[in-house]
Design a protein around this ligand. Structure first.
Ligand code: NAD
Length: 504
C-alpha cells in the first residue's frame, strides 16, 4: 500500500496507519546510549489502540536494570561535555534541526499518538505544532540567556553563572504524549543536560520515534535516552536513583506526591511537578454573546475527551442566566460527539484505556447517586472502542465527588452562583490550582477576580489561550513547576556564584 505523504482524508490516514503498524515500521525497543535495544529482562508490554481494541505493538518493558544503565550513560555523556559544555549557539543548531525533523515527520508522529491513546488525529496534529514550536522556542532561547555580574566593589569580580543540572529524568503522561514530552525535554536539553525520558506505558510510540529523530539531528550519544515501561518499575527506579539530579514530572497529583518522597529517600534531587486540576470556568451574566461563550465552555471540557489537565471541568454560571446558558452548552455538547480518531472531522476520540473508561463511568454513576441532574450523555457508545459522549451534570454542589475530584473524562459539572464573592469562593474551594477562566465585559471585575483566583493561569474571555512565551503550571496540589517560556529553561539550570578577588 502506498504511504500518503500528506494525509487529508480518513482513507489517507487509514493507509498511513496500515503502513506504520506493519512490523518494520514501528520502533518498540528502548533507546539507551545510542542504540535501540530490548529491555534487559527481555520483557515487553502490549500497547493497544483504544478506538478498536486491537493490539498495536509489543514494547520493551524497562525496569531498574535499564534505568541504572541509562543513568550511567547519561552521566558519562554529561561529564564528557560534548553536549553539556558545547557552545549554546551550537546546541541551538542541533535542536533547530530536530524541530525541522519533527516538522518533516509530523503526520507520522501525530498518527502514533492517535493510535496509541485514541485522540482525534486533527488534535494530534495540533499537538505536533505545539511540540515543534516548543523545540524552536527553547533552541532560540539558549544563546540569549545571560548570567550576571554582581554589583560588588572594585576588590572583586563577582559572577553568577548558569550551568546545566546534570541528569534530568522526565516522566510524562499519555494525554498529549509528544507535546508534554517536548515541554520537558526541549528546555532540559537546551540548558545542556542529559535527559532520560520515560513515556507513559499507555503511549510510548512517539517517544521512541523522537529518539530516532534526535539521533538523526546530531545529539551526541547518551544525551537523550528513552525508557518505555511502567511507573512502579522503571519510573520509580529513576525517581529513586542517586544518579538523577532532577525529576521533571507531568501526571497525577498522587504520583507527584510519591516522587517527592522518593527524592527525600534518595539524593534530594529537584522535583518539578505538573499535576492534576479541577479547573473553574466562571461565566458572569454580563459576558458577551452567550452562544459563543457556551461553545467555548463545552470545548473547554470536551476537547481531547476531557483528558486534559486544564479541562474546564467546573462550570460556574451566574444564576440569572443559568438556564439559558446551559441550554446553549447542551446544544454545543451534542455537536461534539466522539468519532473515529482517524477521521479528520472527529472532535472527540476514544478514552485511553479500559481502566480510565471504567473510572469515568464510575464518576457518572456517582453523580447520579449523589443527586446531580444529568442533562445529556452519561451512556457509553456501543463497542468495540472505548467511547463516552459529552456528559453534563447540572445542580452540582461542592460536596459531590463530581464537583471536587479530577475525573479526566468528558464530564462537565455545572454550579450556580449569585454573587462575585460567592463565585470566587467556589472557584478557590479546591485542592487544585492549575487553571481558571472567567467571562465578563467589566474590566474592573475581571482584574478583581483574576487577582483573587488561586491559580497558576487565568484565561479571560477565552479558554486555554497561550503560546510558547507564557509559562504553564499550577499552584497548590496542581504542582510547583512551570513548563514553556524562558522560565522553564531557567528551571533546568543551576546558579553558580564565582567570587574573583582582585588586587588594586
Ligand atoms: P500518572 O500519574 O498515572 O502517570 C504519569 C507518569 O508517571 C506515567 O509515565 C507513569 O508511568 C508514571 N508513574 C506512575 N507511577 C509512578 C511511580 N510510582 N514512580 C515513577 N513514575 C510513575 O498520570 P497519567 O494518568 O499518565 O496522566 C493523567 C494525569 O496527568 C492527570 O492527573 C492530569 O491532570 C495530569 N496532567 C497534568 C498536566 C499539567 O501540565 N499540569 C498535563 C497533563 C496531564
Amino acid at each position: 500500500m502506498s504511504r500518503p505523504e500528506s494525509p487529508k482524508t480518513l482513507a489517507d490516514w487509514q493507509a498511513l496507519a496500515a503502513s506504520l503498524t506493519s512490523e518494520k515500521g514501528l520502533e518498540t525497543r528502548a533507546y539507551i546510549d545510542d542504540a535501540f535495544v530490548d529491555a534487559d529482562s527481555g520483557e515487553t508490554f502490549t500497547t493497544i489502540n483504544p478506538a478498536t481494541g486491537e493490539a498495536l505493538a509489543e514494547v520493551a518493558s524497562c525496569d531498574a536494570a535499564d534505568a541504572e544503565l541509562a543513568v550511567g550513560h547519561a552521566r558519562a555523556a554529561f561529564e564528557a561535555g560534548e553536549w553539556s559544555r558545547l557552545a549554546p549557539g551550537r546546541r541551538k543548531k542541533v535542536l533547530l534541526r530536530l524541530a525541522d525533523l519533527l516538522e518533516a515527520h509530523k503526520h507520522e508522529l501525530a498518527l502514533l499518538d492517535t493510535l496509541d491513546m485514541g485522540k482525534p488525529v486533527a488534535s494530534s496534529l495540533g499537538d505536533m505544532a505545539g511540540a515543534i514550536a516548543c523545540f524552536r522556542y527553547q533552541a532560540e532561547c539558549i544563546d540569549k540567556l545571560y548570567g550576571e555580574v554582581a554589583p560588588t566593589g572594585e576588590e572583586a569580580l563577582a559572577l553568577v553563572l548558569r550551568e546545566p543540572l546534570g541528569v534530568v529524568a522526565s516522566i510524562v503522561p499519555w494525554n498529549f504524549p509528544l507535546m508534554m514530552t517536548s515541554w520537558k525535554v526541549a528546555p532540559a536539553l537546551a540548558a545542556g543536560n542529559s535527559v532520560i525520558l520515560k513515556p507513559s506505558e499507555k503511549s510510548p510510540l512517539s517517544a521512541l520515534r523522537l529518539a530516532a529523530l534526535a539521533r538523526e539531528a546530531g545529539l551526541p550519544r547518551g544525551v537523550f535516552q528513552v525508557l518505555p515501561g511502567f511507573g512502579h518499575t522503571v519510573g520509580q527506579a529513576l525517581a529513586l536513583s542517586m544518579g538523577v539530579d532532577c525529576l521533571a514530572f507531568t501526571g497525577s497529583t498522587g504520583v507527584g506526591k510519591q516522587l517527592m518522597q522518593y527524592a527525600g529517600q534518595s539524593n534530594l534531587k529537584r522535583v518539578y511537578l505538573e499535576c492534576g486540576g479541577k479547573s473553574p470556568n466562571i461565566v458572569f451574566a454580563d459576558c458577551k454573546d452567550l452562544t459563543r461563550v457556551a461553545k467555548h465552555a463545552a470545548s473547554a471540557i470536551f476537547h481531547n475527551q476531557g483528558e486534559v489537565c486544564i479541562a474546564g471541568s467546573r462550570l460556574l454560571v451566574e444564576n440569572s442566566i443559568r438556564e439559558a446558558f446551559i441550554d446553549q452548552v447542551l446544544v454545543a455538547a451534542k455537536r461534539m460527539q466522539p468519532g473515529d480518531p482517524l477521521d479528520p472531522d472527529s472532535f472527540m476520540g476514544a478514552i485511553v484505556d479500559e481502566a480510565q473508561y471504567r473510572r469515568i463511568l464510575g464518576y457518572i454513576e456517582k453523580g447520579r447517586e449523589e443527586g446531580a441532574r444529568l442533562r445529556v450523555g452519561g451512556e457509553p457508545l456501543e463497542g468495540p472502542g472505548l467511547f463516552i459522549p459529552p456528559t453534563v451534570f447540572d445542580g452540582v454542589t461542592p460536596e459531590m465527588a463530581i464537583g471536587r475530584e479530577e475525573i479526566f473524562g468528558p464530564v462537565l459539572s455545572v454550579f450556580g452562583f449569585d454573587s462575585e464573592e460567592q463565585a470566587v469562593a467556589m472557584a478557590n474551594d479546591s485542592v487544585y490550582g492549575l487553571a481558571a477562566g472567567l467571562w465578563s465585559q467589566d474590566i474592573d471585575r475581571i482584574m478583581r477576580v483574576t487577582r483573587r483566583l488561586h491559580s497558576g493561569q487565568v484565561f479571560v474571555n477565552n479558554w486555554a489561550g497561550g503560546d510558547q512565551t507564557m509559562p504553564f503550571g499550577g499552584v497548590k496540589q496542581s504542582g510547583n513547576g512551570r513548563d514553556k517560556s524562558h522560565h522553564s529553561l531557567e528551571e533546568y539550570s543551576e546558579l553558580k556564584s564565582v567570587w574573583i578577588s582582585l588586587s588594586s
